[in-house]
Design a protein around this ligand. Structure first.
Ligand code: NAD
Ligand code: TYD
Length: 340
């Protein structure tokens, strides 16, 4: 595992993982392969732009010729697939791109990995594939019961990855991460959305009763977990990655506002997301047995994330003032009923 193709590497977690690899290993090459959708942003990779071990290729993971050319041109031996449509609310509004990228795109990458005899194919998956978890925590062997079009597209990809291992002997691993937060997360996901709204004294649209629970993990911990799976995980296996604890959305929002010194009156309860999963929870003991530990609790991750957005207005103001973002915001939130 020397020459990495990081698909979706211009997005939030992929960019953090690219930084992570270049910081922690010397004798490697990291090629980011990304379509640059609304979520792809070369600002996320400015810091590594001059590194001779880094290269960028613009391309679609669903385009087999372009994927093959990138693998050939850069003698890739490992694919880590972060590329996806990743936002649940967008999947509810329009699932089409989710099927094309998350399902068909994953299939194209698997075919390429098979054809070029790659050393490893690693799939970045999510806790959302297990569906809503009222009590207890999901183990890797639990059934997949996805409920949103996003979660269903990611679960489909996991099944295909597993099938390529069983049928063709492809050396695959899968990791299922909980909600990531930290630098460079597009301000559509709840925490960067709420932090940046609150900084501008704009209302925070809290869905439903706000009692939904998520395991908010710091993105750097997730990157270390992925690395642990790549180095020490067993081929053909799935590993959960998260803090192993959860925060209620209302408590996360209070903590975020306290950290910013902003009033709770900014919270605006709005109509719920259709099919909203109330709780995800991961059992992370399998990865811990490989020697990995998360370094941040959910609360520490929230505070650190708030600080990053306070210090990096240049990054998010560019996005939020853009045409695409403004149209998206209008479409998702303008018609939402206010709850009192
Ligand atoms: P993101 O939306 O920030 O970034 C996705 C990246 O993929 C973007 O750079 C985009 O341009 C690229 N992309 C989209 N379609 C593409 C295509 N067809 N070809 C090539 N590139 C394409 O997403 P993220 O939050 O960084 O998530 C990365 C991965 O991690 C996804 O697979 C997601 O399902 C998974 N995941 C995310 C979270 C989370 O909390 N964000 C948690 C667990 C798992
Ligand atoms: P999100 O960041 O979209 O991640 P996911 O749904 O994939 O877990 O949402 C996290 C939680 O925050 C989820 O319970 C939905 C809620 N949420 C809001 O209350 N308001 C919002 O505007 C958004 C985007 C999410």
């Amino acid at each position: 595992m020397r020459n990495f193709l990081i698909t979706g590497g211009a997005g939030f977690i992929g960019a953090n993982f690219t930084h992570y690899l270049l910081r922690n290993y010397t004798d490697i090459k990291v090629v980011v392969y990304d379509k640059l959708t609304y979520a792809g942003n070369l600002d996320n990779l400015l810091d590594v732009g001059d590194d001779p071990r880094y290269a960028f290729v613009q391309g679609d993971i669903a385009d087999a010729d372009s994927v093959a050319a990138a693998i050939r041109d850069h003698q890739i031996d490992t694919i880590v697939n972060f590329a996806a449509e990743s936002h649940v609310d967008r999947s509810i509004m329009n699932p089409d791109a989710f099927v094309k990228t998350d399902v068909y795109g994953t299939y194209v990458l698997l075919e390429a990995a098979r054809r070029f005899n790659l050393e490893r194919y690693h799939q970045i998956s999510t806790d959302e594939v297990y569906g809503h978890v009222p009590v207890g925590s999901s183990k890797e062997t639990d059934p997949l019961e996805p409920r949103s079009p996003y979660a269903a597209s990611k679960a489909s990809a996991d099944l295909m990855v597993n099938a390529y291992h069983i049928t063709y002997g492809l050396p695959v691993t899968i990791s299922r991460g909980s909600n990531n937060i930290g630098p460079y997360q597009y301000p559509e996901k709840v925490i960067p959305l709420f932090v940046t709204n609150a900084m501008d004294d704009v209302a925070l649209p809290l869905y439903g009763d706000g009692l939904q629970m998520r395991d908010y993990q710091y993105v750097e911990d997730h990157c270390e977990g992925i690395d642990a799976v790549l180095r020490r995980g067993q081929i053909g296996e799935v590993y959960n990655i998260g803090t192993g604890s959860e925060l209620r959305n209302i408590d996360m929002t209070h903590l975020l506002l306290d950290t910013l010194g902003k009033p709770y009156s900014l919270i605006q309860p709005v109509s719920d997301r259709p099919g909203h999963d109330r709780r995800y929870s991961l059992d992370v003991s399998k990865l811990k047995a490989l020697g990995w530990q998360p370094r941040h609790t959910c609360a520490e991750a929230v505070v650190k994330t708030v600080r990053w957005y306070q210090a990096n207005e240049w990054w998010w103001r560019k996005i939020k003032s853009g045409e695409h973002y403004r149209a998206f915001y209008q479409r998702l939130y303008a018609g939402r009923e206010i709850r009192t």
